[in-house]
Design a protein around this ligand. Structure first.
Ligand code: NAP
Length: 333
């Protein structure tokens, strides 16, 4: 069977496919024929060496994938042959709050990822996917979907009628938009691209600002009444504006670093407005389960921009680098 890996050095050009022996499921393990994987911005950072320059190589890339069960180790009773499944982002975070150490089980980072034709998972690290979703759609859920879910529904959940701010039109933000609309919230979005602005509106965004044409977008949002929740994926370049946009008592979920990780920050509004700033690192298996129930109940489908073949992994990562995508980029396996 074939497996992709970042071979001897970081760099998109150093991702190669190689033939290896078919893996066998040991006791308590499940063998999955992977059918699709999806890209997250993190996968781009991992491949280029920016995520963890000390990461040992070779490493199988990508955290998010879905497929069907083709083998069961002894003692496995919770999965069956043919079942459609996805791996969880952190294989060891099952439920409850995040704890030190869970990050050491993150696919496509601390441990090998899912860009392979076959993969062995422990039963804890595998979850059934909603029946209305294709493999391509299901492959978008483990990181981007669960992250957006965690930000909006797990600690201080949004309520119908509240206002949520999402930034840009990437994977996490489009999921957050869909989930917020599902919950009856009003959504304000930002984007740099006029075509994407129309797409965000067609998904239900109530107001979309062009953050390149209006650098003070946070102030503009505050002037119009502000938001209750911010799904903050921009990082250093957007946090200051997010703190302006959020209302007194509101919550900012700090998730992304699209515009960098460090900068100067005026913290006055955090205390003056009694804000809650919460860090988000994807989510647990039980959050994934709750999200799947909501996806099924509301028949929500992830938004996929394009699907590449496995052999085109380098082109797919280059497309992500260009930031021309809307929603998710998927790899068919
Ligand atoms: N903490 C976690 O657990 C977690 C989980 C998932 C992702 N993340 C992080 O969250 C971020 C988003 O990830 P993703 O996979 O959704 O990314 P993505 O799909 O690559 O998102 C790309 C889009 O983000 C928008 N963008 C870029 N710079 C921006 C800025 N300064 N302000 C507003 N929007 C901007 C652009 O949208 P427009 O073209 O519309 O302008 C761009 O197309 C990344 O930093 C990623 O590492 C963190």
């Amino acid at each position: 069977m074939r497996q992709a890996s970042i071979e001897n050095a970081f760099g998109i050009e150093n991702i190669v496919w190689r033939d290896i022996a078919e893996p066998q499921p040991g006791p308590g393990q499940v063998l999955v024929r992977m059918r699709a994987a999806s890209l997250n911005y993190r996968d781009y950072l991992v491949a280029t060496g920016s995520y963890n320059p000390k990461m040992p190589l070779p490493r199988v890339p990508l955290s998010d994938g879905a497929g069907e069960v083709i083998g069961l180790g002894t003692g496995v009773s919770t999965f069956s042959i043919g079942e459609r499944v996805a791996g969880t982002f952190m294989q060891s975070w099952l439920t409850g709050p995040y704890r030190d150490g869970y990050g050491k089980s993150a696919l496509g980072g601390a441990i090998d990822g899912v860009l392979a034709e076959q993969m062995v998972f422990g039963t804890d690290g595998l979850i059934a996917v909603p029946s209305h979703l294709s493999f391509e759609e299901a492959a978008t859920l483990p990181c981007a979907g669960v992250t957006a879910w965690n930000a909006l529904f797990e600690n201080g959940p949004i309520r119908a009628g509240e206002t949520v701010l999402v930034q840009g039109s990437g994977g996490v933000s489009v999921f957050a938009l869909q989930f917020a609309k599902m919950a009856g919230a009003r959504v304000i979005a930002t984007s740099s691209n006029p075509v994407k602005i129309e797409k965000l509106k067609s998904l239900g965004a109530d107001w979309v600002l062009n953050y390149q044409q209006n650098a003070e977008w946070g102030k503009a949002i505050a002037k119009a009444g502000g938001v209750d929740h911010v799904v903050e994926v921009g990082g250093a370049g957007t946090l200051e504006q997010s703190l302006q946009a959020v209302r007194a008592g509101g919550k900012v979920s700090v998730i992304g670093i699209l515009s960098g990780v460090s900068g100067t920050l005026n913290i006055a509004s955090i205390l003056h407005k009694h804000l809650r700033i919460q860090g988000i690192y994807v989510g647990s298996r039980s959050m994934f389960e709750s999200m799947n129930q909501a996806l099924s109940q509301n028949q929500i489908r992830p938004v996929i921009d394009c699907v590449y073949d496995g052999a085109q992994i380098q082109e797919a990562l280059r497309f992500m680098e260009s930031a021309r995508h809307f929603g998710k980029i998927v790899i068919r396996l």
